[in-house]
Design a protein around this ligand. Structure first.
Ligand code: DAH
Length: 352
């Protein structure tokens, strides 16, 4: 009996000491210390011994039981602290490592260009205004000397709203150009005028140089004795301030219904340097070295009349250019497809 007890003690202590985890430990606990375990059986054996042997054997059995109990408790503590250690290791952090800065946004390149245009014109007394993204036919065409069914209207590949027609103002359209802002401004009846209308415009078009939603800036100056010289001076000032001295502009005679005389304003292309060629191939953007920025001219008397302004007393000039296109011709901005601007690709946008 004595040997048996000693042997169980050695065996159990060893087994507990090498238990890998709590599950194994629990199984061993049941095996040795459980109600039907090895030690319980031995205790029963002790109870069945002759009276003289019982006290000594009983003491030994109790010693063995507490030794085994201690071995279990010790191992359990060890396993517990190893687990806590692992958690602490995983959660350790070095407080001296420099922090990561959260990414910082910036305004879109077009918003930036709008701000620049506004600022440049404000220096010569032009006030920024903006008008609705939906417009009546009368403001967009009729008052601009383009009567109903006039073929000139085809130029403005217009989106029509699915809305009831107004008996006087006609159909509702997505504003196809900022020139309707001239009418809205003239109709206010406050003269003289120096406005710069920068708004969203819409046309049914999409290719390397066109997007269906784009921005235009429209200048209008109406005063006494305004002439083409003033127009030329204002455009030259803008070109110099916005593009820098290296860029050239040219005025080409053109035709618009709402100006007389009319011009088209071109600027030398920055992609090909005004040569029309990139690596012996035609420049994808301009094809001939010049890029059309938009129109300009002297406000047609019919436009002034439609707005109740006397063309005998007042005269003016107007111009309307695309913001995106103008910005793309800026020094250092080399964008070979206007559609990139609105694809919301961070790899593109973060370059600017
Ligand atoms: N509105 C014209 C367009 O979108 C551009 C334009 C031409 C505006 C001549 C003007 C102008 O103010 O005088 O194509």
């Amino acid at each position: 009996m004595k040997d048996k007890l000693e042997q169980v003690k050695i065996e159990a202590v060893k087994a507990f000491a090498s238990a890998k985890d709590e599950t194994e430990l629990e199984a061993l606990e049941i095996k040795y210390l459980g109600r039907k375990g090895v030690l319980a059986a031995l205790m029963q054996g002790v109870a069945g011994l002759p009276g003289a042997e019982r006290p000594a054997m009983g003491k030994l059995a109790n010693d063995v039981k507490s030794a085994v109990g201690r071995a279990l408790a010790e191992r359990r503590k060890e396993l517990e602290s190893a687990k806590l250690g692992a958690i602490a290791d995983a959660e350790w952090m070095d407080l001296t490592v420099p922090g990561k800065r959260p990414p910082k946004g910036h305004v879109h390149i077009v918003t930036d260009a709008i701000a620049a245009v506004t600022e440049i014109f404000s220096r010569i007394g032009f006030t920024r205004v903006r008008y609705p993204e939906v417009e009546w036919d009368w403001y967009a065409f009729e008052a601009l000397n383009m009567p109903k069914d006039h073929p000139a209207r085809d130029e403005w590949e217009t989106f029509f709203m699915d809305a009831p027609e107004d008996p006087k103002l006609g159909k509702m359209v997505l504003t196809p150009h900022t020139s309707s802002g001239q009418i809205r401004e003239l109709k206010k009846g406050k003269l003289p005028i120096r406005m710069i209308n920068i708004s969203k415009t819409y046309r049914r078009q999409s290719d390397v140089t066109h997007v269906p939603m784009f921005h235009q800036f429209e200048g209008l100056m109406v005063d006494k004795d305004v002439s083409v010289t003033h127009l030329k001076g204002v455009l030259d000032f803008f070109a110099r301030e916005f593009f820098g001295r290296g860029r050239k502009t040219r005025l080409r005679p053109f035709h618009f219904r709402f100006t007389e005389p009319s011009f088209e304003i071109d600027i030398s292309c920055d992609i090909c340097g005004g040569t029309g060629q990139v690596n012996h191939a035609k420049c994808r953007v301009c094809k001939e070295g010049w890029l059309e920025l938009g129109g300009a001219g002297m406000v047609h008397p019919n436009v002034l009349k439609a707005c109740g302004v006397d063309p005998e007393k007042w005269s003016g000039f107007a111009f309307g250019w695309g913001v995106e296109r103008t910005m793309m011709m800026r020094e250092g901005v080399k964008i070979d497809d206007i559609r990139h601007l609105y694809r919301n690709d961070f790899r593109f946008l973060t370059q600017f």
